[in-house]
Ligand binder design. Structure first.
Ligand SMILES: CCCCCCCCCC(=O)SCCNC(=O)CCNC(=O)[C@H](O)C(C)(C)COP(=O)(O)OP(=O)(O)OC[C@H]1O[C@@H](n2cnc3c(N)ncnc32)[C@H](O)[C@@H]1OP(=O)(O)O
Length: 224
């Protein structure tokens, strides 16, 4: 009997939570060497359990909805991803806007106590692309410009706002701003992007190995 997808999503999210706790502990621990060795053995046992049934790298997860673009293992927002911060994102499609909320922990540290700049770039890229997609202009990031204005500290609740700018054929522009939740007047970082929607025949080529429909990366008309 096919598994219930909602129940599987719950289980994937619970494993994601547990693994994120594990990763946080792994990058912060100062336990003695024998405990590190024991933890490595235990982690190996978990790996063996999960490897009993693996997807190929291009295969889309059974919990995903590729038409809408919902990805349960997204490194940005995926509930099942051990490496995602994860960011919670809310779409406001009528306003061409989306808002992400995230607190970045030790695993994404750059300079001591600060968030890695590459991690800020991925968070900005996500809200930039998503603000366009939510308004019906799905596309790949063609250019991304990040301006780092202030150091961003670990453990601080952050708010990222992406806004769709102009749309010209398959090309859209978007801007994004990153602030601390408790100091919304101070810009910590900004992003600008050009997003280009794939022609449908090109999308078929690019995503052929997934064996699935991929409407979310083209200019959308029917997927929702
Ligand atoms: C709910 C989930 C939300 C998920 C959000 C996830 C966000 C993730 C975002 C990403 O990370 S995307 C992954 C990283 N990006 C890529 O992999 C893109 C790789 N590059 C390409 O595939 C192609 O270069 C690209 C699709 C961007 C453009 O190829 P095309 O062959 O479709 O472009 P073409 O040359 O036909 O140009 C189409 C239009 O775009 C314009 N264009 C293309 N590249 C451009 C560029 N770099 N800058 C400005 N404009 C550009 C081009 O001028 C033209 O404008 P016009 O129609 O007005 O003439």
């Amino acid at each position: 009997m096919a598994e219930d997808r909602a129940a599987r999503r719950d289980a994937v999210g619970a494993l994601g939570d547990a693994l994120r706790d594990l990763v946080d502990a792994a990058v912060r621990t100062e336990v003695p060497i024998p405990d590190l060795e024991k933890a490595a053995l235990l982690a190996g046992e978990i790996t063996q359990l999960l490897r009993a049934d693996l997807r190929e790298v291009h295969e889309i997860a059974s919990v995903d909805d590729p038409e809408i673009g919902e990805r349960w293992y997204s490194p940005v927002y995926g509930p099942g991803s051990p490496v995602a911060p994860p960011m919670l994102v809310e779409d406001f499609p009528d306003e061409g806007r989306c808002v992400g909320r995230v607190t970045v922990g030790k695993k994404h540290e750059g300079p001591p106590g600060l968030v890695h700049g590459g991690v800020l770039a991925i968070l900005l890229d996500h809200v930039l692309a998503r603000s366009a997609r939510a308004a019906g202009h799905g596309g790949l990031t063609a250019t991304l410009t990040v301006t780092y204005r202030r150091p961003v500290h670990l453990g601080v609740p952050l708010v990222l706002t992406g806004r769709l700018g102009s749309v010209d054929g398959r090309r859209a522009t978007a801007t994004a701003r990153l602030v601390a939740e408790d100091d919304p007047a101070t810009t910590l970082a900004e992003g600008e992007a050009v997003l280009v929607a794939l022609r449908s025949e090109r999308a078929s080529e690019v995503f052929a190995k997934t064996g699935r429909a991929v409407g979310a990366w083209t200019t959308r008309s029917s997927d929702g």
